[in-house]
Design a protein around this ligand. Sequence first.
Ligand SMILES: C[S@@+](CC[C@H](N)C(=O)[O-])C[C@H]1O[C@@H](n2cnc3c(N)ncnc32)[C@H](O)[C@@H]1O
Length: 152
Amino acid sequence: METSDNAQGEVRRADETTAAWRQVDEGWGRAAVDFATLSEPANCREYVALHAELGVGAGDRLLDVACGAGLAVELAALRGASCAGIDASPRLVAVARDRSPAADLRVGDMHHLPWEDGSFDVVTSFRGIWGTTPDARWPRYAACSGPAAGWG
Ligand SMILES: C[S@@+](CC[C@H](N)C(=O)[O-])C[C@H]1O[C@@H](n2cnc3c(N)ncnc32)[C@H](O)[C@@H]1O
């Protein structure tokens, strides 16, 4: 693998920062169906409660960041929202697409959202944004959701 020196003298693999998210599927995708059927349903009350708290309803454009197998997206769609989601695991996104074929569900890095600013009224993420999520990305989530958006 190629390496390069940056201005701070750090030596990094050439693909270290850009390709790290592509390795996520090795862990999360390995047992995608087990996750979707055995683990994710335990969080159902959390999804329902947050959607109710945010008043998600008909016509809302909702983005779920790190959407996993898409149960939260499915439940938001049942409330009438027009849903999108992004997750790094192709195998989890495949489950999500099977559940919600009308949703705009993409495989990708949540640190580089592929939607235009102001595309959403509501942005949610359930256990998808951790302490390691770069602070610099928060404004990007905000911009993507527009000034009057709901956050959860
Ligand atoms: C704890 S799971 C939560 C999944 C889902 N939100 C839920 O409630 O079940 C964390 C998720 O983050 C996704 N993930 C990790 N790093 C990511 C990245 N850089 N971009 C997009 N998704 C990522 C994983 O694939 C996994 O689906």
